[in-house]
Design a protein around this ligand. Structure first.
Ligand SMILES: [Mg+2]
Length: 189
């Protein structure tokens, strides 16, 4: 079994752009590429789990999303790293409450995390979900993972007391520090 850090994309790994469709708008959050590199060097899988309602809303095709992700991969490669997998949910929500599971595959549903775990042989109780919204935290909790909120993206305004946080960090770089420090005395994944 191996362990993974599940990362939200928008506002966690890359700068938040509402309904991002243009690869030219992709910008890694400062320190985020190095955080991915450090996690992978310590033996963690890094898996993106992202709600992409832009597809369900008809604003972006799956081919267009692949171009956005190619640009993200190019920027990660420039930082000497990559991610192990990218899972996305294309569904557009029918309502606005981010705590309601409309479909198991759309966060806060745990489907993307559970699917990755089955595919990659991940030990979910040893995994972490890092993100900037309540739906990220609930998806992690619903999958049985540890959860860490970052204060980038929408996390800057996160004030809900939803009881699904195991911790918080200013950004992904600091979140990686927390994960690496908590696990440095444990057996390498
Ligand atoms: Mg986000």
């Amino acid at each position: 079994m191996s362990r993974a850090v599940f990362l939200d994309r928008d506002g966690t790994l890359i700068e938040l752009v509402h309904h991002l469709t243009d690869p030219g708008d992709v910008r890694l959050i400062p320190g985020a590429g190095a955080a991915v590199r450090r996690l992978r060097a310590a033996g963690w899988k890094v898996v993106i789990v992202t709600n992409q309602s832009v597809i369900g809303r008809g604003k972006l095709t799956e081919a267009g999303l692949a171009e956005v992700h190619a640009e993200m991969a190019r920027q990660l490669a420039a930082e000497g790293t990559q991610v192990d997998a990218i899972l996305f949910c294309p569904l557009a929500p029918a309502q606005k409450d981010p705590t309601v599971i409309e479909d198991v595959m759309r966060k806060p549903g745990p489907g993307m995390l559970l699917g990755a775990a089955a595919e990659m042989g991940l030990e979910l109780p040893a995994c972490w979900m890092v993100g900037d919204t309540v739906s990220d935290m609930l998806a992690g909790r619903n999958a049985g993972c540890h959860t860490l909120l970052v204060r980038t993206g929408y996390g800057a305004d996160y004030a809900h007391d939803i009881g699904a946080l195991d911790g918080e960090a200013p950004d992904l770089a600091a979140a990686a520090d927390i994960i690496l420090n908590k696990t440095k005395n444990e057996e390498q994944p």
